[in-house]
Design a protein around this ligand. Structure first.
Ligand SMILES: [Zn+2]
Length: 696
């Protein structure tokens, strides 16, 4: 479940924004956490008409979107709380003391280098000059592999979490993924990328809004080139060539819906076969320059993209290639440079694409950068201070109760054959549940951090990360490795390692609170646990077996029955989003919507089993005049109380698989008889779907 968090570590252009950029409060006060309260509902509204409004309107009114955010909700409040917690540990680590451990000194120095805004502003774009000089030396296309290897080593995309980072890189992306057919082995993986706007739709859609965005993009690209020292005339001339090249890459890229089918991505090749895709780009020289160890095979997720890249390299003059690489590098490194270029980057990527008027305070961005670059060093201090062992114990109990509920749910399905049910049980039993933080912390000893060299620290961290990924080529997959850092407010399921993963960062209010009754925790983190478990059995996850291999374990009849149920959900979620001016695509969000719907069912069943053991029923009084079941549904809605600015909603609908919050609440409860029962809703009311959808 990738929640809708916006990680634009960028800046704005007004004086107001600079004034906003104040240091952390001296007392290091922690922001407010959002606790569940039965008083949060708006009793003037009818829960059966619009449950999201009933549960959230009061909160949304009291908590408008802050100027430095693209959206705001209860889980953003937790994100900000975690960033402040990370800041506290980093400030402690950055103060020189004899008792600091080596790893504390390293993250402390990283944070101090990022916080030194005066030095960073004074240097302006100068720190990026070595990269620009290297690009300027490209005289012949045959030198491209070494140059791209250098850029991939030094430039990691700005502040993206691990899933996004896999898909982002200059020209194309490189990372390490398990073999689809043998999930025990890691393969070198090449993917489409190279488009600087968030997705191919931004280049290809021809509605008015998309055209306006591209107009603004052209101006922004020219301005960035100018800020890096190019004459205005040259910058203005190069911008359209850059947009055209990125549009060519977008045309060659696989569509976001097609990418959801893992079969489309399972293209294993020898190095010779990869080479045949792109005669103009010498892969031996690229891998040699990184340098990367040999991989038994190469996984090419989108072969057509690389054919498009070949056309681009073969047809574009070398000065266009230089301009594209120059702009891309500036874009990725701008968040770590001086105010002027950082503001220009913010203006397009945060203000135009997400509607955020202001940049976040520097300490927040620096805490985020430290977490992105050295997350498992930052995480050690974080969990020591903020994640007590008893929370882990309580989580494990809930995970087991909800897994048990899925086992019961599988047995109860009338549409599954006994042999398919048996395989589903085997898969669930083989799943590893990871909670809080890794058993073994990542070793950062080979990473050099200097207290007075922020951009250098970012570049060396980028190389450290790329080398870490490349070292896995041809090696055994480590199912215990984490893809998110401990302070992250998020969770994920990984079908190829057959794991569910809950970072310590999400195990706080409003998701989880030890002092709350079970109904609150099952409606919050319980529904998240259910969501991640169900991902293993959604339209993507069900194609992977217990070992994490892409292998069909369904009978043809069961597969057809599954698809029919899935289609109901896809149709239900395909709808206009008036504020965003675009349509939600149920085919794109099918996996997430199935996980939301199935997840709440098994969380509710887990709660019911727990209540039964306590001699209670779902209708027993819980707190504040609510029944257990009412409390459960309100707690579920509470974690999704949140809204996006229209620009951010539009970008979200076009780029990612999660439905907007109001649909994550209303579509889900509208499919549930139990909800109608809990709030005495009648047939015909909006929250009682005549044609209720259900997979799990
Ligand atoms: Zn999800």
């Amino acid at each position: 479940m990738r929640l809708l968090t916006l990680m634009c570590a960028l800046v704005t252009i007004s004086v107001v924004c600079v004034a906003q950029d104040v240091p952390a409060p001296a007392d290091n006060a922690m922001p407010k956490l959002e606790h569940f309260s039965p008083d949060q509902v708006d009793k003037s509204l009818d829960p059966c008409t619009d449950f999201f409004e009933y549960a959230c309107r009061k909160w949304l009114k009291a908590n408008p979107i802050p100027p430095d955010q693209a959206g705001w909700g209860t889980f953003n409040a937790l994100t900000i709380w975690n960033v402040a917690a990370v800041r506290n540990t980093l400030e402690q680590a950055s103060a020189p003391s004899a008792s600091r451990t080596a790893v504390e000194q390293k993250v402390g120095d990283y944070y101090a280098s990022c916080m030194d805004e005066a030095t960073i502003n004074k240097a302006g774009v100068a720190p990026v000059q070595p990269v620009l000089d290297r690009i300027a030396k490209l005289q012949d296309k045959s030198q491209l592999p070494e140059l791209i290897a250098y850029i991939h080593q030094n430039i990691r995309p700005a502040n993206l979490n691990f899933i996004d980072a896999q898909y982002q890189g200059v020209l194309f992306g490189i990372f390490a993924w398990p073999d689809f057919d043998n999930a025990k082995i890691t393969l070198a993986t090449l993917d489409q990328s190279g488009m600087n706007m968030p997705s191919r739709e931004f280049y290809l859609k021809d509605d008015e809004k998309s055209k306006q965005i591209r107009e603004k993009y052209l101006k922004h690209v020219a301005r960035m080139l100018e800020l890096s020292g190019e004459p205005a005339q040259q910058a203005t001339a190069e911008a359209p060539a850059i947009l055209r090249m990125e549009t060519d890459l977008a045309n060659a890229a696989m569509d976001i819906v097609a990418r959801r089918d893992p079969k489309n991505q399972n293209n294993k090749m020898s190095l010779q076969q990869v080479q045949a895709l792109t005669p103009s780009f010498d892969w031996s020289r690229y891998f040699g320059a990184l340098p990367a160890p040999a991989s038994p095979q190469y996984l090419v997720l989108a072969p057509e993209f690389f054919k498009g890249m070949e056309k681009l390299i073969a047809s574009e003059p070398v000065d266009h290639l230089r301009a594209y690489l120059r702009y891309s590098s500036l874009h990725f490194l701008a968040p770590y440079l001086g105010q002027t270029i950082l503001e220009e980057n913010f203006d397009f990527y945060a203000r135009t694409l997400f509607g955020s008027p202001q940049i976040q305070p520097r300490w927040r961005r620096c805490a985020g950068n430290a977490d992105a670059d050295m997350g498992e060093a930052v995480g050690q201090a974080y969990v020591k201070k903020y994640f007590p062992p008893e929370n882990k114990e309580r989580m494990l109990q809930m995970v087991k109760a909800i897994e048990n509920a899925l086992n019961q749910d599988i047995d109860a399905q009338s549409w599954m054959a006994p042999e398919t049910k048996q395989k589903a049980h085997v898969k669930l039993a083989a799943q590893i549940d990871k909670i809080g933080y890794p058993d073994h912390w990542r070793d950062y000893s080979s990473l050099t951090i200097k207290r007075d060299d922020f951009l250098g620290n970012v570049e060396r961290s980028s190389a450290f990360e790329l080398n870490r990924r490349m070292a896995k080529f041809g090696k055994a997959v480590d199912r215990r490795e984490w893809g998110m850092t401990p302070p992250t407010v998020n969770a994920y399921e990984d079908a190829q390692t057959n794991t569910i993963n809950f970072p310590a960062g999400i195990l706080q209010p409003p998701f989880f609170e030890a002092a709350q009754v079970d109904a609150v925790n099952y409606g919050g983190i319980g529904a998240v646990i259910g969501h991640e478990i169900i991902h293993g059995y959604d339209d993507q996850g069900r194609k992977f077996d217990a070992e994490g291999n892409l292998k069909d374990w369904w009978t043809p009849t069961d597969s057809a029955a599954y698809d029919k149920r899935d289609q109901c959900i896809q149709d239900e979620y395909t709808q206009d989003v008036p504020e965003a001016g675009v349509k939600q695509n149920g085919k794109l969000s099918a996996g997430e919507d199935t996980a939301d719907n199935g997840g709440i069912h098994i969380a509710m069943a887990g709660l019911q089993n727990t209540l039964q053991a306590q001699g209670k029923t779902p209708d027993s009084p819980a707190e504040g005049g609510l029944t257990e079941l009412q409390t459960f549904f309100l707690s579920y809605a509470n974690v999704w109380c949140g809204e996006l600015r229209p620009e951010a909603a539009r970008t979200a609908v076009l780029t990612q698989g999660h439905s907007l919050n109001r649909y994550r609440v209303n579509n889900v409860v509208g499919n549930m008889d139990e909800f109608a029962h809990a709030f005495s809703c009648r047939a015909g009311q909006p929250m009682v779907h005549a044609n209720a959808c259900r997979v799990w």
